[in-house]
Design a protein. Structure first.
Length: 607
């Protein structure tokens, strides 16, 4: 008998829904009930396709009722991280698994052999999505091997996937979904759909981690019942990082020259708190707030009183405060739009949601005020704040080295300002820093470690640094570090911006380093100083022979800037140089490139 004959689709859905909401005590009671029911039911042998909670749950409970004892099942927690969040969540999940009586171990995807799958019983995958739907570097090799599917089997594995991402990007949580499908094709049985976590995931973890890990524990609930009763889920420690620290602004300088058509700020902060220790290559997260004028316009559009009280993550506050400090207003994402659609009866809007390309075009440069004005709906205060995404801190690459500046942190901020449909729009954090805070005022910040963007451990290694616009920031920290510590390796900077006279950021410092010999080569590309635009990738091509020589001698290559265009163009140019100067085929150049990435010889800090 097939699984479709055994249960109707609606019956399977209902069964999955009920089981997924049960706690351990309820499942144990149900196990006894089923064991008794089996005595009166006809024997049926069937195969189960892709159950959310496998029939093996029932088998274990039946064994318990007959006195059989099996060993506790193990759980492998496999993480693939770019900024460290996946790893931290994995450690939290391990503690919760141990609390529930599971033998749990945490493994980095970077060090995991997929042939070990045959020995796994239960697998929790926690992985972020990097760039435009790409796996983080640490997960790249495992991703490719599981994608091929050759020589691997996961038939005896029960698994779940927690996917981290940023819903402002088109391919939100794509890597997690890919791993889910790879494992499914290899025969593994999912316990649930992919869990998607956005940038505000920290508020969800206290309930989510016990729920996800608890599904693994229910599989051997009969064995766990003999252990002491676990602590309540609310007692589980889920904080993945320290809270923000207040710092004082001690310097604020506009870097662009008079007449510039863009606005870039150099900001210096005092960083005396121990939580603000950093290395060159790290970033700093700034906790920002919305423009009061935008908040007022939103309140006026929806016709709500800003003094009305609402709850935000367990805290009671006014609606105005919730919108200004806790709600994302300047960036609109697909999940927010879909939530908002539940308050509308609009066929045009529904058709927009059904077309990914139209939806993507609609979201580009659109903010919450646009949505409320174009598609008005009758909302209560609680409806509005529950629909909106939480306001996430904005990250900026650190433009200094503690070896040079001591207990300070320097950042380089490009103010985002543009016009769309007759209304001026501003970046939420960049214009907060540019317009609404000044020297002597304080910010809330937090360090974001970036172990994927580091200077080489060998002081003699040569480095090539390619950056455009504010992508110059981490290289200022790199050169400060190498100068302060007396590193002997060669340094080559390739920098691009719009105009030489107004946009040569930190020009005096680069020239000083070049004159001292620390900066071996300096190549600049100012795109709008001539009729035909020149970008950093053109400078790479012009110096292809020398660039390949540095690389072939063991040099490291760094890229910092826009991921959608600049980083892609630089990568393609790099591959073409491997082919033209190294005599490689396209396949060989890609293999060489991937090898460099794995060896940390090609590193990207893109946004």
């Amino acid at each position: 008998m097939s699984d479709n004959q055994l249960f109707k689709p609606e019956e399977r859905i209902e069964l999955q829904r009920v089981l997924s909401k049960m706690n351990r005590e309820q499942l144990l009671w149900l196990g006894g009930y089923i064991s008794a029911a089996i005595d009166f039911a006809p024997a049926v042998h069937a195969s189960y396709a892709n159950p959310v909670i496998e029939p093996k749950v029932l088998t274990h409970l039946e064994e318990e009722s007959s006195g059989a004892v099996s060993s506790p099942q193990s759980l492998t927690i496999l993480f693939g991280s770019h900024s460290g969040n996946s790893e931290k969540i994995a450690q939290i999940a391990r503690k919760e698994a141990q609390r529930l009586g599971l033998e749990a171990k945490v493994r980095n995807m970077e060090d995991y052999n997929p042939r070990s799958l045959k020995d796994e019983e239960q697998l929790l995958v926690i992985v972020s999505t990097h760039g435009e739907g790409e796996p983080p570097l640490a997960a790249q090799e495992l991703y490719e091997k599981l994608k091929s599917g050759r020589g691997f089997s996961a038939e005896n594995i029960r698994y779940s996937v927690i996917a981290l991402g940023d819903s402002t990007y088109k391919h939100f949580c794509k890597t997690g979904h890919d791993f889910f499908e790879f494992l499914k094709k290899l025969g593994a049985s999912p316990l649930r759909d992919v869990v998607e976590l956005d940038t505000d995931f920290n508020t969800r973890l206290s309930g989510l981690i016990p729920e996800v890990v608890g599904q693994f524990a229910t599989v051997n609930a009969a064995q766990s019942a003999q252990s002491s009763r676990p602590a309540a889920a609310k007692d589980v420690e889920v904080d993945i990082q320290d809270g923000p620290v207040e710092v004082e602004i001690i310097e604020k300088i506009q870097l662009n020259g008079r007449g510039a058509d863009k606005e870039t700020w150099h900001i210096e902060l005092v960083a005396e708190h121990p939580a603000l220790k950093y290395q060159p290559g790290d970033a700093i997260e700034v906790f920002t707030e919305n423009d009061p004028s935008l908040v007022a316009a939103v309140l006026d559009t929806v016709g709500l009183d800003g003094r009305e009280l609402v709850d935000i993550d367990g805290a009671r506050m006014s609606l105005k405060e919730a919108l200004q400090y806790h709600s994302e207003l300047t960036v609109l994402t697909a999940p927010v739009v879909k939530k908002y659609s539940t308050f509308l009866q609009n066929e045009t809007f529904n058709r927009l949601l059904e077309d990914p390309e139209q939806l993507s075009a609609f979201l580009a440069g659109t903010d919450v005020l646009d949505l409320l004005q174009k598609y008005p709906a009758e909302l209560k205060a609680v409806d509005l704040v529950s629909t909106l995404r939480r306001l996430a801190p904005r990250a900026y690459s650190i433009a200094s080295s503690p070896e040079e500046v001591g207990n300070e942190i320097h950042i380089t901020v490009g103010a985002v300002r543009y016009e769309k449909e007759g209304r001026r729009r501003n970046g939420v954090c960049s214009t907060f820093l540019a317009d609404r805070v000044d020297v002597g005022q304080r910010l809330k910040v937090k360090i974001r470690s970036n172990n994927q963007f580091r200077l080489p451990e060998d002081d003699n290694t040569s480095v090539i640094m390619v950056g455009a616009g504010t992508g110059i920031a981490p290289y200022r920290g790199f050169l400060q570090q190498r100068a302060a510590l007396g590193h002997k390796g060669r340094n080559w900077l390739i920098f691009g911006d719009r105009h030489f006279t107004t946009d040569f950021l930190y020009q005096t410092e680069w020239l000083k380093y070049r004159n001292s010999g620390l900066l071996t080569r300096l190549d600049v590309a100012f795109s709008r100083d001539q009729e035909q635009k020149i970008y950093v990738q053109h400078k790479m091509k012009q110096n292809a022979g020398e660039l390949y020589k540095w690389i072939s001698e063991g040099g490291r290559f760094y890229v910092c800037g826009d991921m959608k265009t600049m980083a892609v163009d630089v990568r393609n140019t790099f591959l073409s140089i491997l082919q033209s100067e190294g005599g490689m085929s396209p396949e060989e150049s890609l293999e060489y490139f991937n090898k460099m990435r794995k060896e940390r010889r090609y590193q990207e800090d893109v946004y």
